[in-house]
Every structure is written in structure tokens, then in C-alpha cells.
Design a binder for this molecule. Sequence first.
Ligand code: MN
Length: 261
Amino acid sequence: MHLHTFIRLKYFLLLILIAGATNATAQRRVVVGIVEECPGAEVTTTRRYVDAIALSGNIPLVIPDISDSILLRQALKKADVIMLTGGEDLAPQLYGATPSPLLGTVNDRRDSFEYRAIAEAMRLKKPVVGICRGLQVINAYFGGTLIQDIPTECNTTISHKNTEQSHAHSISINKQSRLFRILGNDTLTVNSTHHQSVKDVAPGFSVSAVSTDGIIEGLESERLKVYGVQFHPERFVVGANSTKEEKMLFLRLFKELSKLK
Ligand code: MN
């Protein structure tokens, strides 16, 4: 081997070593595709999701309702994880129930878009994470049912549609769950701004958290990288009424997204 070839080779090996070391210390970032809220004429999401994902070091990307399925699939391909967010009630027809007179506002366009997004995500083998309504959509999509109006259908003194307080009720977290592995707590006080909740758990899913009155506050698939929470972790991460400890704790749920890919 010529001397200059040997020197060049040494240089090359050194570069590989440096690149490897830099990679090992850098945080892994993933693209989190936030499925838009689709109220109609504008493409929207709630900024708190965007901010919480960015604070976790991951990359937020809003996925708009695209009617062309091939293009929607291409858009979802750009994301490593798909996120479904909070919002209106789900149409009970989706899980084979008759609408209760106390059903809240429904958004058929959003329901069908989120179902399409989950279907494409499953085809692409992408993880799906749901927050609040997102958890309910996941449960209905995979074959579960919902409580349409908590106050009249459940025996509870807790107000789950508590928009006034940032700390509404406590939950118990199953120690065998992914949620427990992420948060490291078996009891937590959470916010609660939901009108509906999970009734029959979808086949293949297990309950990761319940509130003291038995309302399901977390679900996760036993086989797929699909899970959700009924509370709003992003409101703790970016909210004005949470402590520094709470911000750090709930941020873990967004940091975890980089480990799902
Ligand atoms: Mn609740």
C-alpha cells in the first residue's frame, strides 16, 4: 500500500469514528404528524400540540384532510408517528349505537378523515397516538364503543367536562402499562375536558389508566404501537397553571414519541 493511500484511509476511518460519536450523543428526532382538526374552510390544529412536540425535541407537522387517498398516504409517509387530537364528540353510528339526545356536537368530516388517517397509518405500519378525542377515535376505530354522555350514563360525582380547572381529578395507572413505563407514577392528578369516554374497550387493547370513578383515562394496544390518553398532557407542558415538575413529567409523553418509530 502506498503511503498516501494509507494516510487517506486513516483519515477516512477517523471521520467514521467522529460521525459515529456525534450520532450517539445527538437526540433522535422524529416527525410527528398531527392530524388536522378540519372544521371546514381552513386547515387547523391547536398550537399547544405543536409547541409540546417541539419542546420535546421532535418535529411537528400538520397533516391536512386530503381527499385523494394516494396523496394522503404520501403525506402520512413523511411522519414517523401520527397524532390524533382533542375535539368534538364522535358520531355513535361509527360504533353501531343510536345517538343519545345528550350527544354533543359531531363533525362527520373530521370523523371520516381521522378514520382514513388511521387506516393509512396502519397500512404504513406507523405508530398512532391519541389525546382526548383521539383516544376515543382509536377505541371506536378498532371496534370499541363510547359513553355518549358521562353525567347521565355513569354514576359519578366527578365533572369530567371541567374546563375551569387545570387539575380536575386523579387517575390510577396500571403498573404493567406503557403509560406507567413512560411516566413512572401509579397515581396522578390530571385535567379533564371530555364529554364522552371509552365504554367497551376495543379488542386487543387494555386499560392503562382509570379515574377514581372508574372512567377509562388511558388505553393501549397489546400488539400495535397504538395508544392514547383521555387527559391533555400538552396543556400541562405549555400551560400557565402547571408546575415545573408537571411540565417535565408530561413532556415525557412527547419525548417518548421518538422511541416509537
Ligand atoms: Mn377525565
